[in-house]
Design a protein. Structure first.
Length: 245
């Protein structure tokens, strides 16, 4: 929650946003209701716990497999990339596996390390190879517990449960009566942690209108552009505030 406040909740308030909204975090499986109309009010509505769902035996087995995978000789990082800080993080509703590790406070060293890994991964399909291995090694949990492993961002993997993913907020919003939902994501490709949205759209009954639209983004700047086009923000005001921060 501390990281979320630093990276999302606090900056949004600092940029002058003063409305109510729902926030779905940890791949969409944990819901908060937020009211910024008079101060910052952030209340948890629901939470999925992957550890409780799997049970202690399967949960520990999962962690052991992930740890052993990182230590395997064929999955060692090149000399240009260094493992920093936490490589395995329990985010309550999911597990995040990051071969290069996640720094609590990212600095210039971390940014350069991420850049080097992304270049290495794009050239060598490093994460794709790990993904294939994990899907084979964890087949029993995938088959019996609907475990789902996807690529997250530029550097990591999201390990969660089918349905307890980014389709969950879509379903909740539609149940609330929203007539249209626009999802903006950078990992809509097959194997990405946003791909479940495309699967949801493609599974919509034929000859009926699907209220969900998925938009591919390549950067946070492009995402802001999309939101501005939808008239949710004033771009000049946001740019001015960002410069001041």
């Amino acid at each position: 929650m501390l990281l979320l406040k630093e990276q999302f909740f606090n900056p949004l308030y600092a940029f002058g946003f003063r409305k109510c909204f729902d926030a779905f975090i940890s791949n969409g499986a944990i819901q908060y209701q937020c009211d910024y109309s008079s101060g910052m009010s952030i209340n948890k509505v629901s939470e999925f716990n992957i550890r409780n769902y799997l049970g202690e035996t399967d949960y520990c087995y999962l962690l052991d497999v992930l740890t052993e995978t990182l230590e395997m000789e064929k999955f060692q990082l090149p000399s240009s990339v260094k493992p920093l800080d936490n490589r395995l993080v329990d985010r309550v509703s999911m597990i995040n596996l990051c071969p290069i590790g996640r720094m609590e406070q990212e600095n210039a060293v971390g940014v350069e390390n991420r850049k080097n890994f992304a270049s290495f991964d794009n050239t060598n399909k490093f994460r794709d190879k790990i993904l294939i291995y994990l899907n084979q090694k964890l087949f029993s949990l995938i088959n019996e517990k609907q475990l789902k492993i996807t690529l997250g961002g530029q550097t990591s993997f999201d390990i969660g449960i089918l349905g307890q993913d980014k389709t969950k907020p879509i379903r909740i919003l539609l149940e609330k009566g929203f007539e249209k939902v626009i999802f903006i994501g950078d990992a809509l490709f097959e194997g990405g942690n946003d791909a479940a949205i495309n699967d949801y759209i493609w599974s919509w009954p034929l000859n009926t209108h699907c209220p969900v639209e998925a938009k591919k983004t390549h950067s946070w700047q492009e995402t802001i552009g999309f939101i501005h086009e939808l008239e949710f923000i004033e771009l000049n005001t946001l740019e001015k505030t960002a410069d001041e921060v």
